[in-house]
Ligand binder design. Structure first.
Ligand code: FAD
Length: 304
């Protein structure tokens, strides 16, 4: 399918290098990418965050790390997040910063990832920033939860993302039920085997809604992170979005008109803003998961 081809292309390092070298093509692609990625620098991210906050949205920020090869890359990634937290704090943006523990060094050295997260958590607390730990492949969940639990009991400003598609998620939620941080519920972006996860389906939507209901009932802060209209209508109808600790969060550039409607209706809305020079893979994924975006991207390239 077009989607598989795009994902394969995105992972092809040679193809990527050619695209980045091709005279004239790189800026064109970047202009198309700007539908989903605000820019390459943290200053651009902060500037867009200020813009969104002034319009009444809350904001999550993420620095795109795609090419993490060694410990030094993990340290650079951690330093970028540290810089991001500091300037977001200086600008008094009460925003969220999201990160993958893999990029903090978890795969090679879980203790290092723990130390990186601890350093970021301390700085974030000082700056009034919340950190959300992203969800990754199912094989990494035990490690991610382990690190979260070590830090989450000391820092209420650290939250975690759970994937409704994984069969283990309700158990994981119960395991971290006593921790104070926010939980973000997503469907799950990774391809997983059927014995590990549900595919996109009505059953998955029902499970998603059950998990949301379970968390909303406790009053714990929750982010309902989805673009799925069926889920959105249901959480509006059930009144979840009227509760103080509940927000709806969407990726920058995906269904912005729907998020605006929800904001205008008075609900707490959050935009997930990404920046960084490694935007290429991220953008290919966004195009691949929803093919009509490919046509929009081509139109953007024709009229930058
Ligand atoms: P889907 O069933 O994928 O899509 C439902 C409908 O939404 C589609 O039919 C379409 O109308 C619309 N839609 C979906 N995607 C697009 C698009 N790109 N462009 C236009 N319309 C679209 N996944 C993880 O595994 N780990 C994470 O840490 C993580 N963090 C996330 C944080 C946020 C704030 C969000 C919004 C998503 C995150 N995801 C994460 C991705 C998530 O798991 C899903 O892959 C993604 O949100 C698409 O799922 P969906 O709920 O929108 O429903």
């Amino acid at each position: 399918s077009a989607s598989q081809a795009l994902k394969a292309m995105a992972r092809d390092e040679q193809m990527k290098a050619q695209v980045q070298r091709a005279e004239g093509l790189y800026p064109l692609l970047l202009s198309a990418a700007k539908r989903f990625v605000v820019g390459e620098t943290r200053e651009e991210a902060i500037s867009e965050a200020c813009n969104l906050l002034s319009k009444g949205y809350n904001v999550s920020l993420e620095y795109i790390c795609e090419n993490i090869r060694d410990i030094q890359d993990c340290i650079s990634a951690k330093d970028e997040f540290l810089g991001l937290i500091r300037i977001a704090g200086q600008a008094n943006l009460k925003s969220t910063v999201s990160l993958d523990l893999s990029y903090m060094g978890m795969n090679a050295d879980p203790q290092l990832a723990y130390e990186h997260l601890l350093e970021l958590a301390q700085e974030a607390e000082r700056c009034g920033i919340t950190i959300m730990i992203s969800a990754e492949e199912s094989t990494k969940i035990d490690q991610i939860l382990g690190i979260y639990k070590r830090i989450g009991e000391r820092y209420a400003n650290i939250g975690i993302t759970l994937q409704a598609h994984l069969h283990r998620t309700v158990r994981d939620y119960l395991d971290i039920q006593a921790y104070p941080g926010k939980i973000r519920i997503v469907k799950g972006a990774y391809q997983e085997a059927a014995d590990v996860a549900l595919a996109r389906s009505e059953e998955l939507n029902e499970r998603y809604l059950d998990i949301v209901e379970m968390i909303v009932a406790t009053g714990r802060p929750i982010s309902i992170a989805t673009h799925d209209e069926t889920i959105i209508e249901e959480v509006v109808k059930k009144g979840y979005l009227n509760q103080p600790n509940v927000e709806i969060e969407m990726l920058y550039g995906v269904r912005p008109e729907r998020l605006k409607e929800l904001k205008d209706e008075g609900y707490q809305t959050k935009v997930y803003v990404l920046y960084g020079v490694e935007w290429y893979l991220y953008v290919c994924h966004r195009l691949a998961e929803f093919p009509p975006n490919i046509y929009k991207a081509i139109a953007d390239m024709a009229n930058p």
